[in-house]
Design a protein around this ligand. Structure first.
Ligand code: PGA
Length: 252
């Protein structure tokens, strides 16, 4: 039976100018020693084309965009389409990050459309979900995360669902320095996998990579990645430092 991928994905967010980004990507390429880990750099749009040259030819290092418009093209000033992304060699797209949900009002219906167009163009969505502190304290986090996944993804065919990477990112852990404990991550990932199994069956659930995100750093990556249902990380702050990020890649 095929095994699910181990993935270390960086999310540069709105950081790194053109030259800085090229230097960082080169350092990551030089520092990654594992060929059994899929490494993904989630970069601002301006970097996509040059990443094609820096990462091109290394089979386990890929580039991700951080967003994609839901329409094929046309009069949407300022937006980037799926075909724009594939024209510069993009293979993954981060969708539904909590910052996009919060600051740009992205909800399930829109994310379902974005997921569809990303898949239609042969790219793979990295679908983010996660609860805020209030929900965690109320104890309704599993219900909320399940709903986020169901509403945006469960219209997909089994074949398409298998192309999706899930990233569980509790909002209270993003950029705060507070990481979910390895057990908290494991508990949620296990519930997410059970939800997928119920809809798509055990084999699809078993093949789905579920990443944890929220203050992943070299000091906690090993413990998180050792959990049976934690298949890697979506890394913000620590992905901006080549040394930290490559240590995280080495932590599996
Ligand atoms: P962080 O961000 O690692 O800086 O907490 C994670 C993310 O937002 O993807």
């Amino acid at each position: 039976m095929a095994k699910r991928k181990k993935i270390a994905a960086g999310n540069w967010k709105m950081n790194m100018g053109y030259e800085e980004g090229r230097i960082l990507a080169r350092k990551v390429v030089d520092g990654v020693v594992r060929s059994d880990v899929t490494v993904i750099l989630g970069v601002p749009f301006i970097h996509l084309k040059s990443m094609e040259n820096i990462l091109g030819g290394i089979s386990n290092i890929h580039v991700a965009a951080q967003n994609c418009h839901q329409e094929e093209g046309g009069a949407y000033t300022g937006e980037i389409s799926a075909s724009h992304l594939t024209s510069v060699g993009t293979s993954y797209v981060i969708l539904g990050h909590s910052e996009r949900r919060e600051y740009f009002g992205e909800g399930a219906a829109l994310l379902a459309k974005k997921t569809d167009i990303v898949l239609k163009h042969g790219m793979k969505p990295i679908f983010c979900c996660g609860e805020n502190l209030e929900i965690r304290e109320k104890g309704t986090h599993v219900k909320l995360v399940s709903k986020q996944i169901k509403d945006a993804l469960f219209h997909l065919s089994d074949e398409d669902f298998r192309k999706v990477v899930i990233a569980y990112e509790p909002i209270w852990a993003i950029g705060t320095g507070v990481t979910a404990s390895a057990q908290q991550a494991q508990d949620m990932h296990k519930d997410i996998r059970a939800l997928i199994a119920k809809k798509y069956g055990a084999e699809t659930a078993d093949l789905t990579s579920i990443l944890y995100g929220g203050s992943v750093k070299p000091a906690n990556a090993k413990e998180l990645f050792a959990m049976p249902d934690v298949d890697g990380g979506l890394v913000g702050g620590a992905s901006l430092k080549a040394g930290d990020f490559t240590q995280i890649v080495a932590a599996f």
